[in-house]
Design a protein around this ligand. Sequence first.
Ligand code: PEP
Length: 270
Amino acid sequence: MSPALRQKFVVGNWKMYTNAAEARQLAKAVVDGMGAEERVSVTLCPPFPYLALVGEILKGSGVALGAQNVYPEKEGAFTGEVSPTMLLDLGCKYVILGHSERRHKLGESDAFINQKVRVALADGLDVILCVGETLEQRKNNQTEALLDQQLTLGLAGVSADTLTRLSLAYEPVWAIGNLEHHATPQQAQDAHAVIRRRFGQIFGEKSAQELAIEYGGSVKPDNAAALFCRDGVDGALIGGASLHADQFLAIVRAAISTSLTQENSAKTAA
Ligand code: PEP
Protein backbone atom coordinates (compact mmCIF):
# COMPACT_ATOMS: atom_id res chain seq x y z
CA MET A 1 0.00 0.00 0.00
CA SER A 2 1.44 3.38 -0.92
CA PRO A 3 1.90 5.88 1.94
CA ALA A 4 -0.85 8.05 0.43
CA LEU A 5 -3.38 5.30 1.01
CA ARG A 6 -2.60 4.94 4.71
CA GLN A 7 -4.68 7.28 6.82
CA LYS A 8 -2.69 9.69 8.98
CA PHE A 9 -3.18 9.67 12.76
CA VAL A 10 -2.78 12.65 15.07
CA VAL A 11 -2.98 11.69 18.74
CA GLY A 12 -2.81 14.09 21.68
CA ASN A 13 -1.31 12.62 24.85
CA TRP A 14 -2.20 15.04 27.65
CA LYS A 15 -0.14 13.00 30.14
CA MET A 16 -0.80 14.11 33.77
CA TYR A 17 -1.78 17.64 32.80
CA THR A 18 -5.02 19.70 32.89
CA ASN A 19 -7.73 20.06 35.52
CA ALA A 20 -11.41 19.52 34.78
CA ALA A 21 -12.03 23.06 33.50
CA GLU A 22 -8.91 23.02 31.32
CA ALA A 23 -9.72 19.57 29.94
CA ARG A 24 -13.23 20.74 29.01
CA GLN A 25 -11.93 23.91 27.36
CA LEU A 26 -9.16 22.13 25.45
CA ALA A 27 -11.46 19.38 24.15
CA LYS A 28 -14.08 21.95 23.05
CA ALA A 29 -11.49 24.06 21.27
CA VAL A 30 -10.19 21.00 19.37
CA VAL A 31 -13.71 19.87 18.37
CA ASP A 32 -14.69 23.38 17.26
CA GLY A 33 -11.45 23.82 15.32
CA MET A 34 -11.70 20.44 13.59
CA GLY A 35 -14.93 20.90 11.70
CA ALA A 36 -16.08 17.92 9.67
CA GLU A 37 -12.63 16.78 8.52
CA GLU A 38 -12.47 13.02 8.14
CA ARG A 39 -9.30 12.53 6.14
CA VAL A 40 -7.10 12.38 9.25
CA SER A 41 -7.85 10.34 12.38
CA VAL A 42 -7.66 12.60 15.44
CA THR A 43 -7.65 11.30 19.02
CA LEU A 44 -7.41 12.95 22.43
CA CYS A 45 -6.02 11.03 25.42
CA PRO A 46 -6.80 12.93 28.62
CA PRO A 47 -5.93 11.69 32.12
CA PHE A 48 -8.26 8.96 33.48
CA PRO A 49 -10.33 11.29 35.71
CA TYR A 50 -11.36 13.43 32.74
CA LEU A 51 -12.16 10.67 30.23
CA ALA A 52 -15.89 10.89 30.91
CA LEU A 53 -16.16 14.65 30.60
CA VAL A 54 -13.95 14.81 27.51
CA GLY A 55 -15.89 11.85 26.06
CA GLU A 56 -19.14 13.84 26.38
CA ILE A 57 -17.61 16.75 24.46
CA LEU A 58 -16.22 14.48 21.71
CA LYS A 59 -19.52 12.64 21.21
CA GLY A 60 -20.81 13.17 17.66
CA SER A 61 -17.58 14.87 16.58
CA GLY A 62 -14.94 13.26 14.40
CA VAL A 63 -12.47 13.23 17.29
CA ALA A 64 -11.91 9.93 19.10
CA LEU A 65 -11.26 9.33 22.78
CA GLY A 66 -8.21 7.43 23.98
CA ALA A 67 -6.69 6.41 27.31
CA GLN A 68 -3.04 6.58 28.33
CA ASN A 69 -2.88 3.17 29.96
CA VAL A 70 -4.87 0.07 30.89
CA TYR A 71 -4.50 -2.91 33.22
CA PRO A 72 -4.52 -6.32 31.49
CA GLU A 73 -7.33 -7.94 33.47
CA LYS A 74 -11.11 -7.83 33.04
CA GLU A 75 -11.74 -7.11 36.73
CA GLY A 76 -10.43 -8.06 40.14
CA ALA A 77 -8.50 -6.97 43.20
CA PHE A 78 -6.15 -4.56 41.41
CA THR A 79 -6.40 -1.41 43.50
CA GLY A 80 -6.01 1.75 41.49
CA GLU A 81 -6.10 0.05 38.09
CA VAL A 82 -8.51 0.43 35.17
CA SER A 83 -9.70 -2.40 32.90
CA PRO A 84 -10.27 -2.42 29.14
CA THR A 85 -14.03 -2.85 29.71
CA MET A 86 -14.10 0.28 31.86
CA LEU A 87 -12.36 2.26 29.13
CA LEU A 88 -14.78 0.95 26.50
CA ASP A 89 -17.68 1.88 28.81
CA LEU A 90 -16.38 5.43 28.88
CA GLY A 91 -16.31 5.56 25.09
CA CYS A 92 -12.58 5.05 24.58
CA LYS A 93 -11.57 3.72 21.19
CA TYR A 94 -7.80 3.84 21.70
CA VAL A 95 -5.25 3.11 24.39
CA ILE A 96 -1.59 4.15 24.38
CA LEU A 97 0.67 1.35 25.65
CA GLY A 98 4.42 1.05 26.21
CA HIS A 99 4.96 4.81 26.47
CA SER A 100 8.59 5.49 27.41
CA GLU A 101 7.51 7.30 30.57
CA ARG A 102 5.81 4.11 31.72
CA ARG A 103 8.76 1.96 30.63
CA HIS A 104 11.46 4.13 32.20
CA LYS A 105 9.77 5.97 35.09
CA LEU A 106 7.34 3.25 36.16
CA GLY A 107 9.45 0.22 35.28
CA GLU A 108 7.09 -1.50 32.83
CA SER A 109 8.74 -4.47 31.14
CA ASP A 110 8.24 -5.67 27.58
CA ALA A 111 6.48 -8.75 28.99
CA PHE A 112 3.97 -6.68 30.97
CA ILE A 113 3.39 -4.35 28.01
CA ASN A 114 2.82 -7.41 25.82
CA GLN A 115 0.17 -8.68 28.25
CA LYS A 116 -1.58 -5.29 28.01
CA VAL A 117 -1.36 -5.22 24.21
CA ARG A 118 -2.90 -8.68 23.86
CA VAL A 119 -5.69 -8.13 26.40
CA ALA A 120 -6.57 -4.64 25.13
CA LEU A 121 -6.79 -5.85 21.52
CA ALA A 122 -8.74 -8.96 22.46
CA ASP A 123 -11.21 -6.87 24.47
CA GLY A 124 -11.85 -4.48 21.59
CA LEU A 125 -9.61 -1.45 22.15
CA ASP A 126 -7.41 -0.06 19.39
CA VAL A 127 -3.80 -0.08 20.62
CA ILE A 128 -1.07 2.46 19.96
CA LEU A 129 2.13 0.68 20.99
CA CYS A 130 5.11 2.99 21.61
CA VAL A 131 8.68 1.89 20.97
CA GLY A 132 11.92 3.85 20.98
CA GLU A 133 15.52 3.98 22.09
CA THR A 134 17.30 6.11 24.70
CA LEU A 135 20.04 8.55 23.72
CA GLU A 136 22.68 6.19 25.08
CA GLN A 137 21.32 3.31 22.99
CA ARG A 138 21.34 5.50 19.88
CA LYS A 139 24.92 6.62 20.55
CA ASN A 140 25.94 2.98 20.99
CA ASN A 141 24.31 2.00 17.67
CA GLN A 142 21.75 -0.12 19.48
CA THR A 143 18.64 1.53 18.01
CA GLU A 144 17.81 -1.26 15.60
CA ALA A 145 18.43 -4.02 18.15
CA LEU A 146 16.29 -2.21 20.73
CA LEU A 147 13.41 -1.67 18.30
CA ASP A 148 13.67 -5.32 17.31
CA GLN A 149 13.48 -6.38 20.96
CA GLN A 150 10.55 -4.10 21.85
CA LEU A 151 8.60 -5.25 18.79
CA THR A 152 9.38 -8.95 19.16
CA LEU A 153 8.50 -9.05 22.85
CA GLY A 154 5.75 -6.45 22.78
CA LEU A 155 3.87 -8.11 19.93
CA ALA A 156 4.40 -11.76 20.91
CA GLY A 157 1.20 -13.75 20.61
CA VAL A 158 -0.81 -10.91 19.07
CA SER A 159 -3.51 -12.42 16.93
CA ALA A 160 -3.33 -11.58 13.22
CA ASP A 161 -7.04 -10.77 13.11
CA THR A 162 -6.56 -7.87 15.55
CA LEU A 163 -3.80 -6.16 13.55
CA THR A 164 -6.14 -3.67 11.90
CA ARG A 165 -6.68 -2.20 15.39
CA LEU A 166 -2.98 -1.83 16.11
CA SER A 167 -0.71 1.06 15.27
CA LEU A 168 2.82 1.78 16.42
CA ALA A 169 4.43 5.00 17.58
CA TYR A 170 8.17 5.48 17.16
CA GLU A 171 9.13 7.67 20.10
CA PRO A 172 12.86 8.10 20.58
CA VAL A 173 13.15 8.73 24.32
CA TRP A 174 15.74 11.45 23.78
CA ALA A 175 13.36 13.51 21.64
CA ILE A 176 10.34 13.47 23.96
CA GLY A 177 9.61 16.81 25.62
CA ASN A 178 13.12 17.88 24.65
CA LEU A 179 14.04 21.26 23.25
CA GLU A 180 17.68 20.35 22.61
CA HIS A 181 17.38 17.02 20.81
CA HIS A 182 14.96 16.56 17.93
CA ALA A 183 14.84 13.61 15.59
CA THR A 184 15.35 14.84 12.06
CA PRO A 185 12.78 13.77 9.47
CA GLN A 186 15.46 11.45 8.04
CA GLN A 187 16.08 9.82 11.43
CA ALA A 188 12.32 9.32 11.85
CA GLN A 189 11.97 7.87 8.34
CA ASP A 190 14.89 5.48 8.90
CA ALA A 191 13.53 4.22 12.22
CA HIS A 192 10.04 3.79 10.76
CA ALA A 193 11.54 1.69 7.97
CA VAL A 194 13.28 -0.52 10.54
CA ILE A 195 10.01 -0.92 12.46
CA ARG A 196 7.99 -1.72 9.31
CA ARG A 197 10.57 -4.26 8.16
CA ARG A 198 10.56 -6.04 11.54
CA PHE A 199 6.75 -5.96 11.67
CA GLY A 200 6.70 -7.53 8.22
CA GLN A 201 9.00 -10.31 9.39
CA ILE A 202 6.59 -11.07 12.23
CA PHE A 203 3.21 -10.59 10.54
CA GLY A 204 3.91 -10.59 6.81
CA GLU A 205 4.44 -7.90 4.21
CA LYS A 206 0.76 -7.07 3.62
CA SER A 207 0.15 -6.29 7.31
CA ALA A 208 3.38 -4.26 7.40
CA GLN A 209 2.24 -2.14 4.46
CA GLU A 210 -1.13 -1.52 6.11
CA LEU A 211 0.40 -0.63 9.49
CA ALA A 212 0.26 3.02 10.58
CA ILE A 213 3.41 4.20 12.35
CA GLU A 214 3.20 7.54 14.10
CA TYR A 215 6.22 9.58 15.11
CA GLY A 216 6.44 11.09 18.61
CA GLY A 217 9.03 13.41 20.09
CA SER A 218 8.54 17.16 20.32
CA VAL A 219 6.32 17.44 17.25
CA LYS A 220 5.29 21.07 16.87
CA PRO A 221 3.48 23.09 14.17
CA ASP A 222 6.83 24.11 12.68
CA ASN A 223 8.27 20.61 12.20
CA ALA A 224 5.08 18.56 11.63
CA ALA A 225 4.80 18.93 7.84
CA ALA A 226 8.47 18.00 7.29
CA LEU A 227 7.88 14.78 9.24
CA PHE A 228 4.49 13.92 7.72
CA CYS A 229 5.76 14.11 4.15
CA ARG A 230 8.40 11.44 4.86
CA ASP A 231 7.83 7.97 3.52
CA GLY A 232 6.39 5.74 6.23
CA VAL A 233 5.59 8.52 8.72
CA ASP A 234 1.85 8.11 9.17
CA GLY A 235 1.12 10.80 11.71
CA ALA A 236 2.19 11.86 15.17
CA LEU A 237 1.77 11.20 18.85
CA ILE A 238 1.95 14.60 20.50
CA GLY A 239 2.60 15.48 24.12
CA GLY A 240 3.43 19.12 24.89
CA ALA A 241 1.84 20.67 21.81
CA SER A 242 -1.44 18.80 22.39
CA LEU A 243 -2.04 20.93 25.48
CA HIS A 244 -2.47 24.00 23.28
CA ALA A 245 -5.47 23.76 20.96
CA ASP A 246 -3.98 26.16 18.40
CA GLN A 247 -0.74 24.15 18.14
CA PHE A 248 -2.54 20.80 18.05
CA LEU A 249 -4.92 22.01 15.35
CA ALA A 250 -2.04 23.40 13.31
CA ILE A 251 -0.44 19.93 13.41
CA VAL A 252 -3.76 18.35 12.35
CA ARG A 253 -3.92 20.81 9.44
CA ALA A 254 -0.36 19.86 8.44
CA ALA A 255 -1.43 16.19 8.42
CA ILE A 256 -4.48 17.02 6.28
CA SER A 257 -2.54 18.99 3.72
CA THR A 258 0.23 16.38 3.50
CA SER A 259 -2.39 13.66 2.99
CA LEU A 260 -3.99 15.66 0.19
CA THR A 261 -0.65 16.21 -1.53
CA GLN A 262 0.24 12.51 -1.22
CA GLU A 263 -3.17 11.46 -2.56
CA ASN A 264 -2.78 13.78 -5.54
CA SER A 265 0.70 12.50 -6.34
CA ALA A 266 -0.53 8.90 -6.09
CA LYS A 267 -3.35 9.74 -8.55
CA THR A 268 -0.91 11.40 -10.96
CA ALA A 269 1.44 8.43 -10.74
CA ALA A 270 -1.38 5.90 -11.37
C1 PEP B 1 4.66 11.96 24.12
O1 PEP B 1 4.29 12.17 25.25
O2 PEP B 1 4.36 10.87 23.61
C2 PEP B 1 5.42 12.97 23.40
C3 PEP B 1 5.84 12.69 22.19
O3 PEP B 1 5.65 14.15 24.05
P1 PEP B 1 6.24 15.50 23.39
O4 PEP B 1 5.43 15.79 22.16
O5 PEP B 1 6.05 16.54 24.46
O6 PEP B 1 7.67 15.24 23.07
